[in-house]
Design a protein around this ligand. Sequence first.
Ligand code: SF4
Length: 352
Amino acid sequence: MADFEQIKGRLHHWYQANKRQLPWRETTDPYFIWLSEVILQQTRIDQGLAYFRRFTEHYPNVKLLANASEDEVLKLWQGLGYYSRARNLHQAAKTIAQQMNGNFPDTYNNIIALKGVGEYTAAAIASISFNLPHAVVDGNVFRVLARLFGIDTPIDSTAGKKLFGELAAELLDHHHPGLHNQAMMEFGALQCTPKNPNCTNCILNDCCIALQESKIDKLPVKQGKIKIRHRYFNYIVLTDDRHSYLQKRTGNDIWKNLFEFPLVEAGEKTEIDQVLKQLDQLGIPTESQILSVSNWQKQVLSHQHIHYRFIQLEQTSPKTDRSNLIRVDQKDIFKFAVPKPIEQKLAQLEWI
Ligand code: SF4
């Protein structure tokens, strides 16, 4: 069995030879490291790269991000999901700009105090930007550690989080914590992959317990059991003299502060008649003419499945009070930050 020093040495060597060339690896600026970490929690590297470039082009520094409007930040974030992360990013940028004179905090405790920054992101910024000895534990690191040391404690249990956190901290290279953390994550992403890792050509195959015990596809263990909530969204696409209507989502719910078509939410797949009866609450005449009704589709989120359809209506009677809706010229509708179901619908509508 190789000892910790040997494992670290091999990992660092492997990383230098195999790492992908990515813009956030050419800097230690904490603003860029932070942006990349928040974006990459949402997405694959290739897609994340486009978002990273978009954000850094629009906001080359934290003060410019802080000065942007939330609608603009959400529009740039559109398609990444988990919109609360974009709102938190923006809030944290304001804190740094207004309370810290634009200087990114340089201690772990001050970094983790920023809105939306958790242990993983704080450790990544602290180690990569400030060379502080904090180990990151993301999905890749969980997998590498679970397999290498043959640990079957569920990674999503309290005991598992503690155990893997301590092990990662023990293995950390205190002289080069940023390099070490990036090596661990990249090794998990490229070499010790979730499915079919290339163990024959692995620098750690002589000391990997999972390989020795033929447990690679059983590790890491997850207890799972997330209860999924099903919701049913009837979106009303109302057309009226080359205009349509949007509303802003408010309240503590998914897609907060994004825009959407007026919505009738139900606990199940209700009949159209039931939906139409509720239209007057939205300021839409119930006798509006139905042009089309789409099939049900599904947007899968981490804890919720959103079943949605679009009911396209044409205005046929005088307007009622619609003060909670925004009347939008159809050619301007792309300017609004919208969730994925609406984005896909807009791409299909012929009047765009
Ligand atoms: S031998 Fe296979 S399972 Fe073990 S660390 Fe290497 S790639 Fe991962």
